[in-house]
Design a protein around this ligand. Structure first.
Ligand code: NAD
Length: 302
């Protein structure tokens, strides 16, 4: 007989679910919160009222890393542990960053429809002209797991020069992996051909990339966001892209997800959107599932 009850309302890897069910009965019924020992969430928000209603709750497991969707203050107050899967999707998100960079500078999204229609002959030579990543400067905002892993791929695969802005890493940590640290965000914005954002969403990083920061970017530069929508001021980004003060941007994340067709960014040819697929690979899903289940059970059994 399973000893625990766990709230889970989203899909997780089948093997992970089977392991969980050896220890716990799984419910997706919010009316049963008062009886649950744990929650496992992916995109779902965990509010203060959900935590307070769950009188027996010991642990919240976040399938992924960005736990900004959980009311951490309420969890702390009620002595509820929060566990997550810090390593599981790093490679998957890094590969998406490189894919988005390539997509933008090789016009892949724009070329797609033309390619399918066989419109090769009607393409003016300059229309789909691209750029190489090779030898360009990649500016990373946030030199944590995803930032550093992306720097490795960009450095070794494309000979890119890497510059990072992250007040919480030291110059020594950066030089050890052959990357340069700058102390001010504007310095990174001024020198990078590509800027990729990999920071958590906190009160300090909310709209970190605002009108002021965008003003420092080179007009031919590209901005990539796979972190959280709220880190970028979308209105300011729209203005810069629409007025061609910035070459292009690509984003996997939005301030309000899913974005509606009213989001003006989606109307721009120089903006590429993906629907929050950073961690959506078979490998990452498997590892996130097994890790979050293991972490939750460890707390419950502890
Ligand atoms: P991490 O915790 O390893 O690294 C985050 C880095 O950001 C740290 O080095 C930290 O020092 C730095 N940082 C914090 N505040 C900063 C600031 N004000 N300015 C500059 N740097 C700052 O996290 P990670 O694994 O690299 O992931 C980064 C973020 O990516 C996550 O928090 C999550 O929101 C997002 N993410 C998105 C997806 C997706 O599906 N698109 C998947 C995984 C993670």
């Amino acid at each position: 007989m399973p000893k625990y009850k766990v709230y889970l309302n989203e899909h997780i890897d089948e093997d992970a679910l089977n392991t969980l069910q050896k220890y716990a009965t799984v419910t997706n019924n919010l009316d049963e919160l008062k009886d649950i020992d744990a929650m496992i969430i992916r995109a779902e928000k965990v509010s203060r009222s959900m935590i307070e209603e769950s009188k027996k709750l010991k642990v919240i497991g976040k399938h992924g890393i960005g736990y900004d969707s959980i009311d951490i203050g309420a969890a702390k107050e009620h002595d509820v542990k929060v566990v997550y899967t810090p390593e599981a999707n790093v490679q998957s998100v890094s590969e998406l960053i490189i894919a988005l960079m390539t997509n933008v500078v090789r016009n892949i999204s724009l070329s797609f429809e033309k390619g399918k229609k066989g419109e090769n002959k009607s393409i003016a030579p300059k229309e789909l002209m691209g750029y190489q990543l090779n030898n360009k400067t990649l500016g990373l905002i946030g030199a944590g797991k995803i930032g550093l892993n992306t720097s490795k791929i960009a450095k070794h695969g494309f000979d890119m020069k890497i510059v990072v802005y992250d007040p919480f890493v030291t110059e020594q940590q950066c030089s050890q992996v052959g990357i340069e640290k700058v102390d001010r965000l504007e310095d990174l914005m001024m020198i990078a051909d590509f800027v990729s954002v990999s920071v958590p969403l906190t009160k300090d990083t909310k709209h970190l990339i605002n009108e002021r920061a965008l003003r420092f970017m080179k007009p031919h530069a590209v901005l990539i966001n796979t972190s959280r929508g709220g880190v970028i001021d979308e209105k300011a980004l729209y203005t810069f892209l629409a007025e061609k003060k910035l070459f292009a941007a690509a984003s996997d994340v939005f301030e309000h997800e899913p974005p509606t067709s009213k989001n003006p960014l989606l109307s721009l040819d120089n903006f590429v959107a993906t629907p929050h697929i950073g961690a959506n690979t078979a490998e990452a899903m498997k590892l996130m599932g097994s890790t979050v289940v293991k972490e939750v059970i460890t707390v419950l059994e502890g």
